[in-house]
Design a protein around this ligand. Structure first.
Ligand SMILES: Cc1cc2nc3c(=O)[nH]c(=O)nc-3n(C[C@H](O)[C@H](O)[C@H](O)COP(=O)(O)OP(=O)(O)OC[C@H]3O[C@@H](n4cnc5c(N)ncnc54)[C@H](O)[C@@H]3O)c2cc1C
Length: 241
């Protein structure tokens, strides 16, 4: 649906709201934006008064043909760009945006394979776009999300993911702190967890994994050890370890 433009477009911050203590959703109005598919990302370029420029990539939480795009940014305390986007950018401020980018990591409603999404932390952002597109297409192809995060307070879009009307159910997995009364203890995803909480290889799911580099690599290896074909696993690494 969407066509990439190589041009840098100007985006003006139209809306923003906090997602967690360290993250916020920011929506830009971007005249000329060509639209994007679920899973696409965008490059964001900031330019300082002295001409110094910095570019970072961000997944797009929104999808479709409109000229607005929603991003969801987690602040890295020692980061150069993310603290500015989370704490300092004000309504009406502008950044430059280029995209959409990343055709391999997209999901389109006409795809027929069952879909397993596996997110680590802010890696859930492209999956918000996919679950939104799945719901709005009224799609009957199974889609489900396994969302690994440190603690309940770190959840992005919890209310939206927990809506009874959500067509892609979410399984929550906590690595450091669990909610009161939770039946499982905190810990990183294991091969056993992945076996019990994701679609099995017999269903031949297309699996998308997104998050910090180490998370993506560990989960990919575990899925292959469980019998999933590497060709059916798509990954997006956000950086870090
Ligand atoms: C395709 C793609 C999509 C992305 N989508 C999102 C998104 O939707 N939301 C989001 O918050 N981020 C996303 N990221 C990460 C984002 O591009 C930046 O890397 C992140 O915001 C940190 O930038 P920074 O300038 O604040 O930190 P930097 O100044 O670049 O780095 C500061 C320190 O943090 C480390 N670091 C960098 N990135 C990470 C990371 N992801 N996790 C842990 N440590 C890290 C660096 O090694 C360095 O030590 C995405 C990355 C890619 C490649």
């Amino acid at each position: 649906m969407s066509r990439r433009t190589n041009a840098w477009l100007t985006g003006s911050l139209a809306r923003a709201h906090p997602l967690t203590a360290s993250a916020r959703s920011i929506t830009f109005a971007v005249p000329g934006w060509p639209g994007n598919d679920p899973g696409h990302h965008v490059d964001v370029r900031l330019t300082a008064p002295d001409g110094y420029q910095v570019v970072r990539s961000y997944s797009i939480a929104s999808t479709g043909t409109g000229e607005e795009i929603e991003l969801a940014i987690d602040r890295l305390p020692d980061g150069e760009v993310s603290p500015f986007l989370v704490d300092d950018l004000e309504l009406g401020d502008t950044v430059e945006l280029r995209g959409p980018l990343g055709g391999w990591f997209v999901w389109r409603p006409e795809q027929t394979q069952p879909v397993q999404l596996i997110a680590g932390g802010s890696g859930v952002v492209p999956f918000i776009a996919m679950t939104r597109a799945h719901a709005s297409a009224g799609n009957s192809i199974p889609m489900q999300l396994l969302y690994s995060l440190r603690a309940p307070c770190d959840a992005f879009f919890r209310d939206e993911l927990s809506q009874p009307s959500a067509t892609a159910p979410t399984t929550w997995h906590y690595t450091r702190t669990v909610p009161p009364g939770w039946s499982r203890s905190a810990g990183r995803l294991t091969v056993k967890d992945l076996k019990s909480e994701t679609l099995p290889p017999e269903q031949v799911p297309l699996t998308y994994i997104c998050g910090p580099t180490g998370f993506v690599e560990t989960v990919s290896r575990a899925l292959i050890s469980l019998g999933h074909a590497a060709d059916n696993i798509r990954t997006e690494r956000f950086g870090g370890i």
